[in-house]
Write a protein that binds this ligand. Structure first.
Ligand SMILES: C[S@@+](CC[C@H](N)C(=O)[O-])C[C@H]1O[C@@H](n2cnc3c(N)ncnc32)[C@H](O)[C@@H]1O
Length: 495
């Protein structure tokens, strides 16, 4: 064979790309897997133990993933026959897919049959999915690069799979849920998808579904250790997962490569299942190095979270641009301070600063909160900033004359739910959230630049009295720097 099966598909895909505007493909979430990634994904399946292997490639595009698995099976001595089912709805790409599959069939050493289903992969099977019955076909291997596309909550795909949707979903996780449904009890699923589902409330129902039936076996990450790749954020946000239905939660293999075109230098670590899939929320912690693993293990010694010790992080209550009529530049009567992220300066909340609209009238009760001690944490930081967690101590007595204040919704705050936090408790929280290890922990949990209060509320923290001790130590040190916080927390971590 002069040309490999996958080379041929790749050439045909390039021709297709030349004639197809990106905008048109974007509208249906049509992006193609690179040859190297397709080959790597195909290599992730364990060696088949069956003579007749059934494979599913939903959203198959030009068929590159199918080509990669067939190519991988060329030298296999066990498999005698392969059947591949491809789902594809794009009329533009279907002729290419058909041609490519015909080429593969004609050139494959192992006999292969194809079934192209020109139907919507999700809605055509949703009745069976929702009934959770066994009517739909099950496959040994399910491989996919599904469409990544946010859809409206009343889109037909969302409405047809209500059990995994919350708010406006994304097609990629509906495909993954359906893929798992189509997976045989002894089969394996390999998908390349964004990492956004690994945390966050919008993906909770999907995570519940995934981990009810599925067990994570491997996660592959694209980690650019090379500065040149830093702009290619797409690389960092996509992961490959391998899932089966075995229910044996052994170690998860975590692999990482520098880019999606170079799989020659792969780093591998094996991590206990419970370190990666954590808590009732089933967040997935994406560690790639032993150092990151140590960060997780170090903090996971604590079973407490802010919520279990009576504290809570919330998002600031005032959306300033929607409350314009209540905002004031001057401290006029019946107006109270409105705290923004900009008021956080060197670890403290400083008020007032040189800024418009720093006051808000008290007419609307939903826009004010009690003036008490808080720890403020910025919600948004720029990608190039060193730290995700940036916080400031707010002590009510700096604005003693006010009973109430307000917080803009671009800042989060931590408060006591049924009690007022003491000064040393606020400083203790500052030690935690200003430390390097908590910043690292948060980054492992969430790849975005946003600090999400639901996720912070699920992070492990020391018991309340220990946090107060941290606070006392910081007050004695009289230095709010990261290095001092690291030192103080380090003492507790090394006990
Ligand atoms: C991200 S592309 C991946 C294509 C190919 N699997 C690859 O890896 O290069 C996803 C494909 O799914 C198709 N698609 C989108 N929505 C679909 C649906 N509801 N049912 C079936 N296919 C769909 C798109 O036309 C597109 O070709």
């Amino acid at each position: 064979m002069s040309k490999t099966l996958i080379d041929n598909v790749f050439e045909e895909t390039l021709k297709y790309l030349e004639g197809m505007p990106k905008e048109k493909r974007k509208a249906i979430g049509q992006f193609f897997t690179s040859v190297e990634t397709a080959r790597y994904m195909a290599s992730m399946f364990v060696a088949p133990k069956k003579e007749n292997l059934s494979i599913l490639d939903p959203g198959s595009g030009s068929g590159i993933l199918t080509a990669a698995v067939i190519e991988r099976l060329q030298g296999d001595s066990t498999v005698k026959h392969i059947t591949v089912t491809c789902y594809e709805t794009s009329e533009d790409v279907l002729p290419i897919l058909k041609n490519n599959l015909a080429y593969i069939k004609a050139n494959s050493v192992v006999p292969v049959d194809f079934d192209i289903i020109e139907k919507n992969y999700l809605t055509s099977q949703s009745d069976d999915f929702n009934a959770d019955n066994n009517n739909a076909p099950k496959y040994d291997w399910v491989i996919s690069n599904p469409p990544y596309k946010k859809i409206m909550k009343d889109a037909i795909e969302a409405v047809s799979m209500p059990s995994v949707c919350y708010g406006a979903p994304n097609l990629y996780f509906l495909f993954t849920a359906m893929g798992l449904y189509n997976l045989d009890a002894d089969g394996e699923l390999v998908f390349i998808i964004p990492r956004s589902w690994t945390s966050g409330a919008y993906f909770q129902r999907f995570r519940d579904y995934l981990f009810k039936d599925g067990t994570l076996k491997q996660i592959h990450l694209f980690v650019s250790r090379d500065k040149v790749f830093e702009k290619e954020s797409v690389l960092q946000e996509t992961i490959i997962i391998k899932v089966d239905k075995s229910r044996t939660q052994n170690n998860i293999k975590i692999t990482s490569s520098n880019s999606n075109s170079d799989f020659n230098n792969i780093s591998t670590i094996e991590v206990p299942y419970s370190t990666i899939v954590v808590g009732a929320e089933k967040y997935v912690y994406l560690v790639t190095t032993d150092d990151e693993l140590k960060v997780l293990q170090s903090l996971n010694r604590w079973n407490n979270t802010l919520l279990t010790i009576g504290l809570k992080m919330r998002t600031g209550i005032t959306v300033d641009f929607r409350s314009r009529e209540y905002l004031r530049n001057e401290p006029e009567q019946d107006a109270v301070p409105l705290l923004y992220a900009q008021h956080i300066k060197n670890g403290k909340v400083v008020f007032p600063i040189d800024k418009d609209f720093q006051y808000i009238t008290t007419e609307k009760s939903g826009l004010i909160q009690r003036n008490k001690n808080y720890l403020l944490v910025k919600r948004f930081t720029a990608k190039e900033e060193k730290r995700r967690l940036q916080c400031g101590v707010y002590l009510s007595d700096i604005l003693l004359e006010y009973d109430s204040i307000s917080t803009q919704n671009k800042v989060n705050f931590v408060e006591g739910v049924n009690f007022d936090m003491s000064e040393k408790l606020v400083y203790g929280l500052y030690v935690i959230f200003n430390s390097t290890i908590y910043d690292q922990y948060y980054r492992i949990l969430n790849g975005s630049t946003q600090v999400n209060s639901t996720e912070v509320n699920a992070m492990p923290v020391p018991p309340l009295d220990e946090i107060e001790k941290l606070g006392s130590a910081l007050m004695d040190a009289n230095d709010l720097s990261v290095s001092v916080c690291d030192k103080i927390l380090g003492v507790l971590l090394n006990e």
